[in-house]
Write a protein of this length. Structure first.
Length: 482
């Protein structure tokens, strides 16, 4: 009898191909399949010597190549293509078999698919995978949802191929049905916020301190040796240091300033709104990409008045260096806020959908392999270990002190940005959130009064229980209980 594969991957574009290679390199026999045959042939031709592959050129051949219970990983475009692949493979599978969707699916789709496939006795595991092409090959962060039972067989495989930090795999069973894709969605939302904050730091260092991209690359390289040590800071430094071969200009100056998006950041904000969780850092990052892409609107508004984008008086070397230190503080504090908001969204999702998600464990599996991997995530892991019911990262000891210490710089950087007309939506919304949370009283009381005035929407009082309405249209403005 010919050897069977312990797992199969269908969808062999950049992510699926590298995930399959990673599995094979770890000694697992991998069945391969792709809608168009050429990708399968290419993989075997180019990388066939990396491990044991069983190429298959039809769904039936692919399924027959798998050990039972069968484990099929789908790595195709999210949305309709994923449904098409499930429709093709599910009828060929048997109760107990496992289908893993490792693409960037919307968690609501995952919940729908999981419920439908459960009826057929199949396990459906929506799994977040992060780390891009390189991560998929060398060790991604893996966030599987689905049943606990499915993790018993899949877990060891996924933990084997995931990134490792301090010897721990960057993979855990996140929670039931769509929990894995929910957590991956928020990961991407945080990724958007982090990227936006780094981009604003660049803009400030250029616009206010007068640094050139190569100098800013050096600043980031330096930051990467401290508390901001992260993959995103590291790659930013490399992007900024890169010179365009054709023009000799900094690479960053020859790229169109319109940031694109595939949708996961937008989903995060949509769900944040549905859950009523203020994730303003992620929202501003998504809106900033939208604003950058609004080419016609920007063209129409280009002549609007405002400060010129140059320092009023050029900064001396030491002043520029001090300003860069302030930006580092502002970036750190804003980043803590963005992550605090993201973790609060995961908690809110867990409560809404009945998932038992360990926030500290999520932070720990993001320490390696994924796009937001960072030293900082060790501190988040520790914060949740110290206080599992932590209401917000901002109140945990280390972060509280660091953000309090950063405040003067944070406020001063935003003030400079406002004065020079440099947009810092990420920094500004983070500070507004921080000030909003710590405020003794918010002007929301006035909003309640306005709502009651125009719509009799009622309000609650600080001095007694119940709901009240004031008869605003009458002379005596009598108050009644509602
Ligand atoms: N690229 C990245 O950095 C990351 C991507 N992801 C997610 O991983 C998944 C795969 O991403 P990536 O590798 O970039 O590839 P793409 O998202 O570009 O998808 C290409 C793959 O989807 C297949 N496909 C498309 N439509 C269909 C269909 N109707 N039926 C069957 N197969 C179809 C293609 O087959 P064919 O070759 O025949 O066209 C090909 O194998 C996506 O969900 C993506 O969001 C997750 C993390 C990071
Ligand atoms: O999932 C990812 C990383 O974990 C992708 O890199 C992410 O989808 C990129 O998103 P966008 O194209 O919207 O910037």
């Amino acid at each position: 009898m010919s050897k069977k594969a312990s797992i199969g991957v269908t969808g062999l574009a950049v992510m699926g191909r590298n995930l399959a290679r990673n599995l094979a390199r770890h000694g697992h026999t991998v069945a391969l399949h792709n809608r168009s045959e050429q990708r399968t042939r290419d993989l075997v031709e180019q990388f066939g010597d990396e491990g044991e592959f069983i190429p298959a050129y039809s769904a039936r051949e692919f399924v027959d190549a798998l050990e039972r219970p069968r484990q099929v990983v789908i790595m195709v475009k999210a949305g309709r293509p994923t449904d098409a692949v499930i429709e093709e493979f599910a009828p060929l599978l048997e109760p107990g078999d496992v289908i893993v969707d490792a693409g960037n699916a919307h968690f609501a789709d995952t919940r729908r698919r999981e419920a439908a496939l459960r009826e057929q006795g199949l396990h459906f595991v929506g799994t977040g995978v992060s780390g891009g092409e390189e991560g998929a090959l060398h060790g991604p962060s893996i966030m599987p949802g689905g049943s606990k039972e499915s993790y018993e067989s899949l877990g060891p495989l996924f933990e084997d191929i995931s990134a490792k930090v301090d010897g721990e795999p960057c993979c855990t069973h996140v929670g039931a049905d769509g929990a894995g894709h929910f957590v991956k969605m928020v990961h991407n939302g945080i990724e958007y916020a982090d990227m936006q904050l780094i981009a604003e730091s660049f803009d400030l260092l250029r616009g206010a301190a007068g640094y050139e991209p190569a100098q800013i690359a050096e600043v980031f390289r330096n930051w990467n040796t401290g508390r901001l040590d992260s993959y995103l800071i590291e790659i930013t430094s490399q992007v900024l240091a890169h010179t365009d071969a054709g023009t000799g200009k900094p690479f960053v100056d020859i790229v169109t300033d319109q940031a694109e998006q595939k949708g996961t950041g937008r989903w995060t904000v949509q769900i944040g709104l549905d859950l009523g969780v203020p994730i303003s850092g992620i929202a501003e990052a998504v809106f900033s990409r939208s604003l950058s892409g609004s080419a016609d609107l920007r063209e129409a508004a280009r002549g609007l008045g405002g400060p010129a984008r140059t320092p009023l008086s050029p900064l001396s070397g030491s002043e520029a260096s001090a300003f860069a230190d302030d930006v580092e503080q502002a970036l750190y504090a804003s980043k803590v806020v963005a992550y605090a908001q993201g973790f609060n969204q995961i908690q809110a999702g867990a409560t809404e959908y009945g998932w038992d998600i360990d926030l500290g464990k999520v932070a720990s599996i993001w320490r390696g392999g994924c796009i937001i991997r960072a030293k900082f995530l060790n501190d988040i892991t520790a914060a949740y270990a110290d206080e599992p019911g932590l209401p917000t990262l901002l109140t945990s000891g280390g972060f509280r002190k660091a953000v309090e210490d950063a405040q003067d710089s944070w406020r001063s950087v935003i003030a400079t940005a406002v004065r020079l007309g440099i947009p810092t939506p990420g920094f500004s919304t983070a500070l507004a959130y921080y000030d909003g949370l710590r405020a003794e009283r918010l002007p929301a009381a006035l909003v309640q009064g306005q709502r009651d005035y125009f719509g009799a929407h009622t309000y609650r009082r600080v001095d007694k229980g119940g709901s009240f309405h004031t008869a605003w249209a009458t002379d005596d403005r009598a108050e009644s209980t509602a």
